[in-house]
Write a protein that binds this ligand. Structure first.
Ligand SMILES: [Fe+2]
Length: 189
């Protein structure tokens, strides 16, 4: 069983890499290397700390934004959850675990207003928010270049994103991100 689940994890990593590397938009290679991998690392770390299901956390972290590289930005949390479900079903992954992975992905965004019902969902949302603290220059660049904003406006939006992420973080995640959060507030205010 364990070997089988290891194979599933390997396949999930391959699929996530393929989606990002074969995207029409060049930026998703960097997103995979700099952001997705970072979210996976934070998820594994927090899962260990909180005795959560680290396999569910890791799979959800590889797949949580999977609709973006194929161009689906609108409602991307639900779309990514659907794609993840299809991938995991094909791999014959455990049904209850698929449900949890889907819930994690649907609720990962800081803009999600409902309840995160599982510790794994709280871990994914916290890990995504933690990773943003490591990517402030990239986020500013994306807002300025892609969205054609002034640096002032981009700074305001990035700070807003950071504050929203901070609010949803588990205490254990805040412990990991506290220094960076304080520094970002000093730099962007
Ligand atoms: Fe997302």
């Amino acid at each position: 069983m364990a070997a089988n689940n290891n194979n599933i994890l390997k396949k999930v990593i391959q699929v996530s890499k393929k989606y990002h590397y074969e995207s029409k938009e060049e930026i998703f290679k960097e997103v995979f290397e700099q952001h997705i991998k970072q979210v996976v690392n934070y998820s594994k770390k927090l899962a260990r700390k909180l005795s959560a299901d680290s396999e569910v956390c890791e799979i959800a972290a590889w797949l949580y934004d999977i609709s973006r590289p194929v161009g689906i930005q609108e409602n991307h949390s639900n779309k990514s959850a659907d794609i993840a479900k299809d991938i995991l079903k094909q791999l014959d992954y455990d049904k209850d675990k698929i449900k949890n992975v889907k819930h994690c992905i649907k609720t990962h965004s800081a803009d999600y207003n409902g309840k995160r019902r599982t510790v794994e969902a709280k871990i994914l949302a916290s890990s995504d928010a933690l990773s943003h603290l490591d990517r402030i220059p990239e986020l500013l660049d994306i807002f300025c270049q892609t969205n054609n904003m002034s640096m002032m406006e981009a700074k305001r939006l990035v700070l807003d994103k950071v504050e929203k992420g901070w609010k949803l973080m588990l205490p254990e995640a805040k412990e990991l991100g506290k220094k960076k959060y304080e520094a970002v507030k000093v730099l962007l205010k």
